[in-house]
Design a protein around this ligand. Structure first.
Ligand code: ATP
Length: 513
């Protein structure tokens, strides 16, 4: 089993080699932290989006979808707080001239201490063997306790500094922790500065008349400004939700880890409008509901965990992340935030329009509270891909690379192969392909021997391969081979639609939610 770093490298090169993800504008040496989805990637991405959309919009009678524009009136971003507060603290190393997020430097430093503790535990576990009591060791070992205390102290200092927006103190923490630049190895740091993450452009053809507008850094605001339009035209009653998927743009300072952190990415967000005072119930409801959505995919439950925010964003009164164990560790995959009435109130104030709901049961108008669920489609893609990528040793001592993606998400569901490229087999294969393609993404392959064709389909996660051979022409049966078990079965052509549907249907997964 390759280690995590190697595993991640393999996933990245596999993504390119098998047509999932390409670097943007690669022939010009690429554009940093921008990626293109290729022929297989676009299918997988579309299927994930559809799974999200159906679970949110189709299965909830009180949630509807919209598709708002990327460009919004500039005042939107004043109201939302993004113009003034959508910043990352950045710091430069004077020797390497490299730029870092100050908070990330500190968090990485804390993770290193955490890793030291884990090493200590691992060593002790080896030394004591079966009698080892890990919980007891963590509570009593002096070195573990010392490191735990260190983490606690830095954490508290960091949290206070962020809350007070004290950038001098943030820098001082970096200095006091003796954090060095990973490139130059020096501690020659600049001051910490705030850097706004929004991209801007100009709208209008004449320079003097042009006004600065932003590329949206989140899709949520398109929902807030349409709250009343949707509520009125859809005759929605609180509680109700508005869902949206679409592109968002952030000028990330440190863009790395492949499609984990991009400058152009896609979000799937849902804002749930509720009665003030009920937000903690709904917050708990959406935490549970969203985790279920992840678990229904069959990924081991221990790959997910909740992480409560230390520092709440300016709009939130409770917030957590669903973290996933990526090859580079547990990281945020989805955010669930109780946003209070902050956004709608701000838009009321800046637009001068009332954004209130008349609650017939209470006989009273109010600005609704909001609980939001927000997941990055690209991050979900990376989570699935890195989990699905397997290098399997087979009985004959060869290795196969297989993506055991949940079958309903696989880019291609069925590959049809004529065993030989003659004797009417390609024509029969085309017939089968034509029968299945109305329901599923299918492909036909005629080149190379069957073994090689199987491997190519395994590598892109195709759940079924169907082989047409001379016997097919006699009795209308084919062999169907399943990706994970590699089992082959001879079945009647007329049974194929049922067998395939049974395995690749999204319905069965949706029923688990
Ligand atoms: P992070 O702390 O990783 O920067 P965030 O807390 O700023 O993320 P949110 O503003 O809560 O993220 O956005 C919601 C979701 O959008 C995130 O959970 C993540 O999945 C996704 N996301 C945010 N920024 C990016 C990015 N630069 N590239 C890809 N996905 C992103």
């Amino acid at each position: 089993m390759a280690n995590n770093e190697e595993h991640f490298k393999n996933v990245i090169s596999h993504s390119k080699e098998y047509g999932f993800i390409f670097q943007s504008s690669e022939i010009y040496d690429g554009l940093s932290a921008v990626y293109d989805y290729a022929q297989n990637g676009v299918e997988l991405k579309k299927n994930i989006r559809e799974y999200w959309w159906k679970s949110m919009v189709q299965l909830h009678e009180n949630i509807v979808g919209i598709d708002a524009a990327i460009f919004m009136h500039p005042t939107t971003w004043k109201a939302s707080g993004h113009v003034d507060a959508f910043n990352d603290p950045l710091i430069d190393n004077k020797d390497s001239k490299k730029r870092y997020r100050a908070d990330v430097l500190i968090e990485d430093f804390l993770a290193k201490i955490e890793a030291k503790i884990d090493k200590e535990v691992e060593k002790a576990a080896k030394r004591f063997g079966e009698t080892f009591d890990e919980a007891m060791f963590r509570q009593t070992n002096p070195r573990v306790l010392e490191n735990k205390q260190k983490i606690e102290e830095i954490h508290t200092r960091f949290k206070n500094a962020l809350e007070a927006n004290d950038l001098t103190e943030v820098r001082q923490i970096i200095v006091d922790c003796e954090i060095v630049c990973p490139v130059s190895g020096s501690r020659n740091w600049t001051e910490v500065r705030q850097f706004n993450l929004m991209f801007s452009t100009a709208m209008g053809s004449v320079a003097e008349d042009a006004s600065v507008i932003y590329l949206r850094p989140e899709t949520a605001q398109g929902i807030f400004v349409n709250f009343l339009n949707v509520q009125k035209t859809g005759r929605m009653k609180i509680p109700f939700g508005i869902a949206q998927t679409g592109k968002a743009f952030r000028n990330e300072i440190v863009a790395r880890q492949f499609i984990f952190r991009m400058r152009e990415f896609e979000q799937m967000e849902m804002q749930f409008f509720i009665r003030p005072g009920t937000e903690m119930e709904w917050y708990a409801y959406w935490k549970e509901t969203r985790l279920k959505w992840h678990h229904a995919l069959g990924t081991p439950a221990n790959k997910y965990r909740f992480h409560d925010h230390i520092k709440l964003a300016h709009y939130a009164n409770a917030a957590c992340d669903i973290e996933f164990e990526f090859p580079f560790g547990f990281k945020e995959l989805e955010g669930i935030h109780s946003r209070t009435d902050f956004d709608l109130k701000q838009h009321e104030q800046f637009s001068g329009k009332k954004l209130q709901y008349f609650d017939p049961e209470l006989n009273q108008s109010y600005v609704p509270y909001v609980v939001e669920t927000s997941i990055g489609l690209d991050r979900m893609f990376l989570a699935l891909l890195s989990e699905a990528y397997k290098e399997e040793k087979l009985e004959d001592d060869t290795t196969r690379v297989v993506l055991n993606l949940p079958a309903f998400l696989a880019p291609i569901k069925v590959a049809v192969f004529p065993l030989m490229n003659k004797d009417g087999l390609p024509e029969k294969a085309t017939e089968i392909f034509n029968m299945l393609r109305f329901d599923h993404m299918c492909t036909m392959e005629e080149k190379d021997n069957i073994g090689k064709r199987y491997r190519r389909q395994d590598a892109i996660g195709t759940p079924f391969c169907i082989t047409v051979d001379p016997q097919t022409l006699e009795d209308n049966t084919v062999t169907i081979r399943e990706r994970d078990s590699m089992k082959q079965e001879r079945v009647a052509i007329s049974d194929l639609p049922g067998i395939i549907e049974q395995k690749v249907s999204m319905r069965k997964i949706l029923e688990r939610l």
